[in-house]
Design a protein around this ligand. Structure first.
Ligand SMILES: [Zn+2]
Length: 352
């Protein structure tokens, strides 16, 4: 048994998932992204809390150290946040091309954006009551928010991103006050709009994370295992070098941790060297495949990264969210992640 740090996670190779988990079938249609709720009103509020209880128990039981909400209280990782803001018209949705690859029905910005009330703070406070383990809460990143709506007011992606960053910072500070230990910003757009990442993306992200004492994470991925994404990945060639553009900028940034895809991806593992000094949340679980990894496969993926990140800076994780997977597969993948990290932890302890 390895030493545990103050927060209760193992000091070496703690495990944590990126974000979403399948919702129970009584709450939303399984294996569907943006699935509509099956409950309404008070029953929905109660159902969301019950789902949080379930995902906390599943993660704990399967050996996950830093617990997530599994996105049980939101329909979508970006639009659910946006829809809570003033200045956004979510009744009149528009279909726009997002991440430069697929069309989605999204809300429209029609005036100055503002957060009149907390979005997820109550949910996070409830999650806090369910466990003494460290908890992580994910928010969309400013650039990914801008890329997941239709803007009919600002006319500048950078200006709107900075407005969103200020709003995200308010929310993140309140999540921290509610007991959240790790605040994660999801920025899949960082793998697509490289010039914007350089010109204002990282600056907007830092604005969102400004002044937080909680650990800050940026998650950059190649998306859920849906067809539009797997088709896109097929065009990226033998080596996926997208991180090469953002990592040097993030290495110089105030963000503590970078979450990236690794297992079954074509990301050259040596790109991790570009964020030397940062904590690395490495994806050792493929979310685009229903095949459950073996603990040895997970350990192999994590071990390969150790040439480029110090062991005490490595967090074992998934490539992305697991919402679209069958529930039993996602649960078994949690177990594989924990078992693989434990295997490597033992190996490192024996080598000492
Ligand atoms: Zn992702």
């Amino acid at each position: 048994m390895s030493a545990r740090d103050r927060a209760g996670a193992p000091a070496l190779l703690p495990t944590s998932i990126v974000g979403s988990l399948p919702k129970p079938a009584w709450l939303a249609e399984p294996e569907t992204l943006w699935s509509p709720w099956k409950l309404q009103g008070d029953a929905l509020a109660e159902g969301k809390q019950d789902a949080l209880r379930v995902v906390v128990e599943e993660q704990r039981r399967r050996g996950i150290d830093v617990l997530s909400d599994g996105e049980q209280t939101r329909q979508h990782f970006v639009t659910t946040f946006i829809e809570h803001l003033a200045g956004v018209d979510f009744e009149h949705r528009e279909t726009v091309r997002i991440r430069a690859r697929y069309d989605a029905s999204v809300p429209t910005v029609v005036g100055p954006v503002r957060r009149d009330r907390p979005v997820f703070v109550e949910d996070a406070a409830f999650l806090r009551t369910l466990t003494d383990q460290p908890i992580k809460w994910a928010l969309p990143g400013p650039m990914t928010m801008v890329d997941t709506l239709a803007d009919r007011y600002y006319g500048s992606r950078e200006r709107l991103a900075r407005e969103f960053a200020a709003i995200l910072n308010q929310e993140a500070r309140e999540l921290e006050a509610a007991g959240v230990d790790v605040v994660q910003f999801d920025e899949p757009a960082f793998n697509v709009f490289h010039d914007e990442v350089r010109d204002w993306g990282v600056a907007a992200l830092e604005l969102a994370a400004e002044g937080l004492r909680a650990e800050t994470v940026v998650h950059i991925c190649y998306g859920y295992g849906i067809k539009a994404n797997t088709d896109w990945k097929a065009t990226l060639g033998a080596e996926w070098r997208q991180y090469e553009r953002s990592f040097p900028l993030l290495q110089q940034s105030s963000i503590d941790t970078v979450s990236l895809e690794s297992h079954h991806s074509h990301v050259p593992v040596d790109l991790i060297e570009l964020i030397r000094g940062k904590k690395v949340m490495l994806g050792a679980i493929d979310v685009a495949s229903e095949q459950v990894e073996t603990p040895e496969e997970v350990a192999d993926t994590l071990r390969a990264a150790l040439a480029f990140v110090d062991a005490d800076r490595l967090v074992a994780s998934t490539n992305c969210g697991m919402a679209p997977l069958p529930r039993t597969v996602a649960q078994e993948k949690l177990g594989a992640l924990a078992a693989g990290a434990a295997l490597l932890r033992e190996e490192l302890a024996a080598a000492r």
